[in-house]
Design a protein around this ligand. Structure first.
Ligand SMILES: [Zn+2]
Length: 399
């Protein structure tokens, strides 16, 4: 028999304790502990999950056994494709294109796909499928596998993880996609959908069945701009692979980045362009990023940044405008705000630029975020060109 006990679970980091407190002792977040009822299995039941022992030499690793998703950019990020029983968390902000990518993967699949739509109705997914399958027209670069042996996609409207697990084991599809983990619940827990307890428990159940059945599964998880919603953070240690889907809304560029991969490296970055026909892999992102660049414009610099193993040319724009305000504005888009402040401080102290009387705006075009510190040094290479503009109406700095 199961007994019920309650725990206070931090909605930010997943830390749990038996007492309520105003501040999480683990991550110091305020007011983040929420009471969650847990059903703890009795020790008798746990015996069933006893581990098995394998001889190392008996384990066969078959690289050829990787199944392609049909999206080359995604396959590279996964380490060459999907592996049997692989659990992939696809994390990103709502509306960034996670469902679009997952729908494309489903359409490319050889075998039957179980697409669990908790977020949308089956009809809504079907509308997207119709829009995307129109994209197999010549305008879209052909995926290596698409059309060769398309599997059937089964849409399953459900918010009950146990129902999903049952279908999973009963139907034995070739691939399972869950969109999204925040909509699933189990009746065994009292928490609402999207709470840390539910999200974690549902992910654990899906992972267990994926491993048992040897079927790969993609789990979609939403994060907010701050990345602090219950979900991806608490799931990272449960799943095999975590890919982050990045990009600015209104901009076409999307980056898919691995932050964890038990089946490959984490230094690959996939690049997609969001089009009206869906996501299209981009092999030369630099060309796309620089396509609208006007040359010889003050305040525009092209820099080489490393995204994973891939060098990318990105345009950094900077504008310094004289201001009367005692607190000048500093706006950084696409680069770290504190890094920009540091560079401004260095330019002020060492290059003699009177930046304290200027508003400064720095922008990276294309909606990408630069984490590579290699872009920092540009400011030092061109100090004189900034000096020329001193006192002028339009100043110039470099990121
Ligand atoms: Zn916490």
């Amino acid at each position: 028999m199961a007994r019920t006990k309650s725990q206070f679970v931090c909605q930010q980091c997943g830390y749990s304790q038996s007492q309520w407190s105003g501040r999480c002792p683990e991550c110091n977040a305020w007011n983040s502990l929420v009471e969650t009822a847990l059903q703890v299995q009795s020790s008798k039941l746990k015996v069933q999950n006893e581990g098995r022992i394998f001889k190392l030499s008996d384990i066969k690793i078959d690289e050829a056994g990787r199944v392609k998703t049909g999206e080359t950019e995604l396959d590279n990020v996964l380490g060459g494709g999907m592996v049997a029983g692989m659990v992939v968390l696809v994390a990103g902000e709502p509306g960034i294109g996670k469902s679009t990518l997952m729908t494309q993967v489903a359409l490319n699949s050889y075998g039957a796909v179980l697409y669990v739509c908790g977020e949308e109705s089956a009809a809504q997914v079907a509308i997207r499928v119709k829009r995307l399958s129109g994209s197999t027209s010549p305008s879209r670069p052909p995926s290596p596998k698409i059309g060769e042996g398309k599997g059937e996609v089964f849409l399953f409207e459900s918010n009950d993880v146990d129902e999903v697990v049952q279908k999973f084991e009963g139907e034995k599809p070739g691939l399972v996609i869950v969109d999204s983990i925040q909509t699933l619940t189990t009746a065994d827990l009292a928490g609402t959908a999207g709470s840390v307890g539910q999200v974690r428990e549902c992910a654990q159940r899906l992972t267990a069945v994926a491993k048992r059945a040897g079927i790969p599964i993609f789990i979609v998880g939403h994060v907010t701009k701050e990345g602090n919603i219950a979900g991806p953070r608490v799931l990272e240690h449960i799943v095999d692979t975590v890919v982050w889907f990045e990009g600015e809304r209104g901009q076409p560029l999307r980056l898919v980045r691995t932050v964890k991969n038990r089946f490959g490296g984490t230094d690959e970055v996939g690049v997609f362009e969001m089009t009206d026909k869906g996501l299209v892999g981009v092999t030369d992102p630099s060309r796309m990023l620089l396509s609208e660049r006007v040359e010889e414009v003050p305040g525009s610099v092209v820099s080489v940044v490393m995204e994973g193993k891939r060098p990318i040319l990105a345009e950094i724009q900077a504008l310094a405008v004289p201001t009367q305000s005692p607190v000048p504005r500093r706006v950084a888009t696409g680069i770290d705000y504190a890094r920009m402040q540091t560079l401004v401080a260095v330019l002020t102290a060492r290059a003699g630029l009177r930046l304290e009387s200027h508003d400064i705006y720095v922008n990276v075009t294309g909606g990408i975020r630069l984490a590579d510190r290699g872009v920092d040094c540009i400011g030092f290479f061109e100090p004189e060109s900034i000096g020329e503009d001193r006192g002028g109406g339009r100043g110039r700095t470099s990121g």
